[in-house]
Design a protein around this ligand. Structure first.
Ligand SMILES: [Zn+2]
Ligand SMILES: [Zn+2]
Length: 290
């Protein structure tokens, strides 16, 4: 048990082995006012006391985090954490990789997700989508759960937070079935498309959330996408504990490190850092209605 939060330490919902850091990662230099936020994180998987993680984030100018569920237990954890901490908001869903184990209990599990989603602290339905990189769940099962989450997002009016791994065309096609989408209602978390995909998303009004991998040496296509994306349709996230940005690559990620990605994106787009923070804050307020 984690005494500081009263919440149970979660096992990794995706069975990926993570060695928690002794201390939360550093954003090193704080962002200028109005700062930014971490649009997608997994503090339950980080396995560190939430108070310390949030204090480190605040010190870096990261004032809010969206903790994202991948299955029912991490979705519940996210909602409880958001109820306990005013700076934490929640997203709830069954991750595409986690759909197979619950597919036989589909109605019951979807009803639980919908019930969690009714909490005012839940700002998005996610992460949901398609993952054709891993084959942990059959594609037809992933598609059917994605559609169910899309319908929940439309019904509740909450943002749809998409996990799209090597499935761009099919994700876009399924979104098209439900078009038109209200402005600022669709987020591609850990955006992984190229510049052309960024243009397609911009045309449709979809928001692109960039993670620390945009700072990686081999990420030229992703940087071209970030350069092509309109800044008012961009967010920054960590997907902690994964995808730690340069200069901390190799260490576990933490919401504080969003600051590095924000700084990197501002310089890539040749924007004043404080101006980019203002834009991020206004996009966040539109997307998450907080
Ligand atoms: Zn994801
Ligand atoms: Zn994630």
């Amino acid at each position: 048990m984690r005494k500081s939060t009263g919440l149970a330490v979660m096992s990794n919902p995706n069975d990926r082995v993570v060695t928690p850091a002794a201390v939360p990662g550093s954003g090193d230099e704080p962002l200028p006012a109005p700062g930014a936020f971490d649009a997608h994180t997994h503090m339950d998987i980080m396995g560190l006391p939430v108070d310390g993680v949030l204090a480190a984030a605040r010190a870096a100018g990261i004032g809010r985090v969206v903790n994202v569920g991948c299955d029912l237990s991490s979705s519940r954890w996210s909602v409880s954490c958001a109820a306990e901490y005013p700076d934490v908001y929640a997203a709830v869903a069954i991750h595409p990789n986690e759909t197979k184990p619950v597919d036989s209990r589909r109605d019951e599990v979807l009803a639980s997700v919908a019930e969690l989603a009714s909490s005012p602290r839940v700002v998005a339905i996610g992460e949901t989508g398609l993952d054709y990189y891993r084959d942990w769940s059959p594609r037809y099962v992933q598609r059917s759960w994605f559609r169910a989450h899309v319908e929940l997002a439309r019904r509740t009016g909450k943002a749809l937070m998409i996990h799209d791994r090597e499935a761009h065309a099919e994700v876009l096609a399924i979104l098209d079935e439900y078009a038109p989408w209200p402005p600022y209602s669709v987020i591609f978390h850990c955006f992984s498309g190229d510049a052309e995909m960024a243009r397609v998303c911009a045309e449709a009004g979809y928001v692109m959330s960039f993670a620390g991998n945009v700072t990686f040496k081999n990420a030229d296509a992703l940087r071209e996408a970030a350069a092509a994306a309109p800044s008012e349709l961009m967010l920054a996230e960590t997907d902690a504990p994964y995808l730690t940005p340069v200069p901390h690559r190799g260490k576990p990620n933490s919401p504080a490190m969003t600051a590095h990605t924000v700084r990197f994106l501002a310089s890539l787009k040749n924007l004043e850092l404080a101006d980019f923070c203002v834009t991020l804050q206004s996009t966040g307020a539109r997307v998450f209605a907080w």
